[in-house]
Design a protein around this ligand. Structure first.
Ligand code: PGA
Length: 266
């Protein structure tokens, strides 16, 4: 089936308030709202920039979604430094990234944490962009597929097919859980997985989703590739049958490049 692609920018810990507004405004100025008829577009700034970035897009009536880079599973309380699902909803986020390899690697986020976050987002009516991906040593040992598919199973453990596939209703749209395959060795390194490597893993992920939720739901769920995606390699990656868009770090920090990546999905 034809899945609508999603192009997502992960700004990571970049941009002050003023820089975030300038970048969002530059994206908006160069964005044709009709593009979102055929591609969903998502920007994930740091939490402190969510509100101003969304204000820019809403003021310009741009149908660009905003999402968080992380979220905590409790709705409120004594959890110093954390941000909850209701807080994200309040500033009009549609989703949050969960389980990014930087969070797993630097901040000790576990598969169980990722699963709790997925559940909290789901219960709050937001979707998750659940990141999975192997290190170079796991790939070199030949265990990449097993490792990544285990991460997928853990992230979505306990979800019913209708929760994974059709659960989330926001702004009259049904939104589904998303997986982003990001090989750690390709993130921020300039070293991209070959289209074949990325396709093989995304196909294995879809087989895992089919096993968990049934073929029909798996066929509807979008799987993104992330890891040094840029204007030079995007076309080949998007040409793969199981790659439904991108989760882009470095290249999403330049408005012209991000807009070109969006246009590559048209
Ligand atoms: P990159 O980051 O595009 O800079 O490699 C991707 C990501 O980590 O989401």
């Amino acid at each position: 089936m034809a899945r609508k692609p999603l192009m997502a920018g992960n700004w990571k810990m970049n941009n002050t308030y003023a820089e975030a507004v300038v970048l969002a405004q530059t994206i908006s100025n160069n964005f044709d709202k009709h593009w979102t008829d055929s591609v969903d577009v998502l920007v994930c700034p740091p939490s402190i920039d969510l509100k101003p970035v969304n204000t820019v897009f809403e003021f310009d009536h741009q149908p660009i979604q905003i999402g968080a880079q992380n979220v905590y599973w409790e709705p409120k309380g004594a959890f110093t430094g954390e941000v909850s699902v209701p807080m994200l909803k309040d500033v009009h986020c549609t989703c949050s990234i969960v389980g990014h390899s930087e969070r797993r690697g630097y901040f000790g986020e576990t598969n169980e944490d990722v699963n709790r976050k997925v559940r909290a987002l789901l219960d709050g009516g937001l979707y998750a962009v659940a990141c999975v991906g192997e290190s170079l040593s796991v790939r070199d040992e030949g265990g990449a597929e097993e490792f990544v598919c285990a991460q997928v199973r853990a992230a979505f453990a306990g979800l019913e097919p209708e929760e994974a596939g059709k659960c989330v209703v926001a702004e009259d749209k049904i939104r589904k859980m998303i997986i982003a395959y990001e090989p750690i060795w390709a993130i921020g390194t300039g070293r991209t997985a070959t289209p074949e490597q990325a396709q093989d893993m995304c196909a294995a992920i879809r087989t895992t989703l089919a096993d968990m939720f049934g073929a029909e739901t798996a066929d509807e769920m979008r799987i993104l590739y992330g890891g040094s995606m840029n204007v030079g390699n995007v076309e080949q990656l998007l040409a793969q049958p199981d790659i439904d868009g991108g989760l882009v770090g470095g290249a999403s920090l330049k408005a012209d490049q991000f807009v070109q990546l969006v246009k590559a999905c048209l």
